[in-house]
Design a protein around this ligand. Structure first.
Ligand code: GLC
Length: 549
C-alpha cells in the first residue's frame, strides 16, 4: 500500500473500547470497532503497546515483547484482530519501545541479580567522587535520570521513569535481541512499526550538561543512523509492504532528512514535535502561554519545504496520546467547536505527508479539564503535580497547567455514545469519561451529515481521489498573515489551494491570484465567499480549492 496515499489511525487500546466490563479497553474491543474504522476510511491502525507491562507508563514500560498483557487479551485475540482488520483492508502498525524496557523485564532482573551479560544490556555507571549521580541529566518525567543501586554502588540510566531503564544499544547483543522482536511480529503479519523515541538510542558522552537537561548528549546520537540502517536491513527492510515511523524527540531536521529519506534505508517517515511546542517557553511545557501562531506556521512550512527538497517524508499530525486535544489547544472548544475542529483537520490532511488521526479527534473530542488529582493517572502529570508545588506554585495554579498540558487530556475514554460510560465500558473506566460525551459522541455524529466525523471521512477521501494531496509540492502563501494559514500544492497538472482562518474573527484574505477558475472541493461552511482574488473567511473557516492546470 502506498503510504503517501494512506491515512493512519492511532488507537490507545486502554481507552478505546472495553469488551469484558473491567473498565479497561482491550483487543476484542478494537476488533468490535473495525467497521467504524472502515467507514471512516483509514488504511492502518497504529496500536500503542499492549505487551505485558506493569503499566507504570501505560505500556511504554515493556516487560515482555512477545506476549500480550492479559488485561488486553490473548494472542488469539490479537490474531483475530489482525484477520478481521485484513478482511477490511486495514493493516496493523505496532509500537516498538526499544529505548528502554520495564525494570520488571527478565533482562533487567538478571542485570540486578549481577549477571554481567545482562548488566551490559543496560547503562550502569559509577557516581561522581562527591557522591552525586554520574551526570546531571534530567529524566523526561522529572528528577535526575540516574537511579542508585546499592549492591553495585552504581547508577543506571533512565531517561523516562525510574522503572524504565535505558537499553545499551552499543551492545550488539541488545540489537540482535530487538531484531528478533520485530521478526516475531512480522511473522504474525504485522505491516507497520512505530518506533518509540528511537532517536535517543545512541548515547554520546556521559557528561554534565551546563546548558540544558542533558538531551544534547543523547538526541540524534553518533551511531543512530548506523543502528537504524542495521535494524532496517535485518528486519522490516526485507518486506517492501511494511511502513515505519520513528518518534523523534527534540530532533533536528538535518537528521530527519536521513531518518525518513525516500531511499528507504532507515524509516518511511518521522514524527517531529517542534510545531507542538509553540505553547511552551523554550522546552518548558509546564507553563501557560498563548500559542504562537506565526511560529506554528513557520515550523510547519519549514519542515514541509525542506523535507521535500531533501526527498524525505513527514508524518503529519496534531494529536496523539501524549498531546492535549487539538480543538482545545489551537481551536475553540466552545462557540466554534465544530468549525475549528474541521479547520484543523483540513490543515493537516492537506499537507504533504502521511496524516495520523488520534482516536476521538475525528469526533472533535476535547480536553476534560480535570480538577482533582485523583482524576490524573499519568506518571508525568503526577510527578509534576508534586514538582511544581515544590517550586512554590499554589495547587490551584498547578491544576490550571495540568488542564492544559497533561497527557491525560487525550487519554479519556473514546466517546462512542451518550450513555453512562460513553459506550466505552459497562463498568467504571480506569480514567474518567469526559462529561461532554452526552453531546460529543460517535453515535450522534454518524447520524449527522454535517458532523466532524463526516468531514474527516471526506478529508481521507480527498487524498485517495486527488494525487496532488498525496504527492504535491507545497508553497506557503502570505506566510506572515496574522490570522490566515494558506498554502498551494502542485503536482503534474493539478493544483490545490488550502486557505484557513485560525481565529474567531472574520477576515478578508487576498490570494494574489484570481480565484474564479477554481472548484471548491471542501469547506467547513455551507458555501465559500470568493470574489476576484479575495476570500472572505468566517470564524475558523477553511476551504480547499482545486484547479486542473
Ligand atoms: C514516547 C511515548 C510516551 C512514552 C515515552 C516513553 O514519547 O509516546 O507515551 O511515555 O515515549 O516510552
Amino acid at each position: 500500500m502506498d503510504f503517501k496515499k494512506s491515512v493512519v489511525y492511532q488507537i490507545y487500546p486502554k481507552s478505546f473500547c472495553d469488551s469484558n466490563g473491567d473498565g479497561f479497553g482491550d483487543l476484542k474491543g478494537v476488533t468490535g470497532k473495525l467497521d467504524y474504522l472502515k467507514e471512516l476510511g483509514v488504511d492502518y491502525i497504529w496500536m500503542t503497546p499492549f505487551f505485558v507491562s506493569p503499566q507504570n507508563d501505560n505500556g511504554y514500560d515493556v516487560e515482555d515483547y512477545y506476549s500480550i498483557d492479559p488485561r488486553y487479551g490473548t494472542m488469539e485475540d490479537f490474531e483475530e484482530l489482525s484477520r478481521e482488520a485484513k478482511k477490511r483492508g486495514i493493516r496493523l502498525m505496532l509500537d516498538m519501545v526499544f529505548n528502554h524496557t520495564s525494570d520488571r523485564h527478565e533482562w533487567f532482573q538478571k542485570a540486578l541479580a549481577g549477571d554481567p551479560k545482562y548488566k551490559n544490556f543496560y547503562i550502569f555507571k559509577k557516581g561522581k567522587a562527591n557522591g552525586e549521580p554520574p551526570t546531571n541529566w534530567e529524566s523526561k518525567f522529572g528528577g535526575n535520570a540516574w537511579k542508585y543501586v546499592e549492591k553495585f554502588d552504581e547508577y543506571y540510566l533512565h531517561l523516562f521513569d525510574v522503572s524504565q531503564p535505558d537499553l545499551n544499544w552499543d551492545n550488539p547483543e541488545v540489537r540482535q535481541e530487538l531484531q528478533k522482536v520485530i521478526r516475531f511480529w512480522m511473522g504474525k503479519g504485522v505491516k507497520g512499526f512505530r518506533f518509540d523515541v528511537v532517536n535517543l538510542i545512541s548515547k554520546d558522552k556521559y557528561e554534565d550538561d551546563y546548558e540544558g537537561d542533558g538531551r544534547r548528549f543523547y538526541t540524534d546520537g553518533p551511531r543512530i543512523h548506523e543502528y537504524l540502517q542495521e535494524l532496517n536491513a535485518a528486519t522490516f527492510g526485507t518486506d517492501a509492504e511494511i511502513i515505519t515511523v520513528g518518534e523523534m524527540s527534540s530532533t533536528s531536521m538535518e537528521n530527519c532528512y536521513r531518518y525518513a529519506s525516500e531511499d528507504g534505508k532507515e524509516l518511511s517517515m518521522v514524527f517531529s514535535f517542534h510545531h507542538l511546542k509553540v505553547d511552551f517557553v523554550g522546552n518548558e511545557k509546564w507553563v501557560i502561554v498563548p500559542y504562537d501562531f506565526q511560529k506554528l506556521k513557520h515550523i510547519l512550512f519549514d519542515w514541509q519545504t525542506h523535507m521535500t527538497e531533501h526527498h524525505a517524508w513527514n508524518a503529519v499530525f496534531w494529536c496523539n496520546h501524549d498531546q492535549p486535544r487539538v480543538v482545545s489547544r489551537f481551536g475553540d472548544e466552545g462557540r466554534y467547536w465544530k468549525e475549528s475542529a474541521k479547520m484543523l483537520g483540513t490543515v493537516i490532511h492537506c499537507l504533504r505527508g502521511t496524516p495520523y488521526i488520534y482516536q476521538g479527534e475525528e469526533l472533535g473530542m476535547t480536553n476534560p479539564h480535570f480538577d482533582q488529582i485523583s482524576q490524573y493517572k499519568d506518571v508525568e502529570s503526577l510527578n509534576h503535580f508534586r514538582i511544581l508545588q515544590e517550586k512554590g506554585l499554589p495547587e490551584s495554579a498547578v491544576y490550571e497547567i495540568l488542564k492544559i498540558h497533561s497527557r491525560d487530556n487525550s487519554r479519556t475514554p473514546m466517546q462512542w455514545d451518550g450513555g453512562k460510560y460513553a459506550g466505552f465500558s459497562d463498568a467504571e473506566p480506569w480514567i474518567s469519561v469526559n462529561p461532554n460525551h452526552v453531546r460529543i459522541n460517535a453515535e450522534s455524529e454518524m447520524q449527522d451529515d454535517d458532523s466532524i466525523f463526516r468531514y474527516y471521512q471526506k478529508l481521507i477521501r480527498l487524498r485517495k481521489d486527488y494525487d496532488v494531496v498525496a504527492y504535491g509540492d507545497l508553497e506557503p502563501l502570505d506566510e506572515k498573515h496574522p490570522s490566515v494559514m494558506a498554502y498551494r500544492r502542485t503536482w503534474k497538472d493539478q493544483e490545490l489551494l488550502v486557505i484557513s482562518n485560525f481565529y474567531g474573527k472574520e477576515v478578508t484574505w487576498d490570494a494574489g491570484r484570481g480565484l474564479d477558475g477554481y472548484t471548491r472541493l471542501l469547506g467547513n461552511y455551507e458555501d465559500s465567499r470568493l470574489s476576484g482574488t479575495k476570500a472572505e473567511l468566517r470564524p475558523y473557516e477553511a476551504v480547499v480549492l482545486y484547479k486542473s492546470l
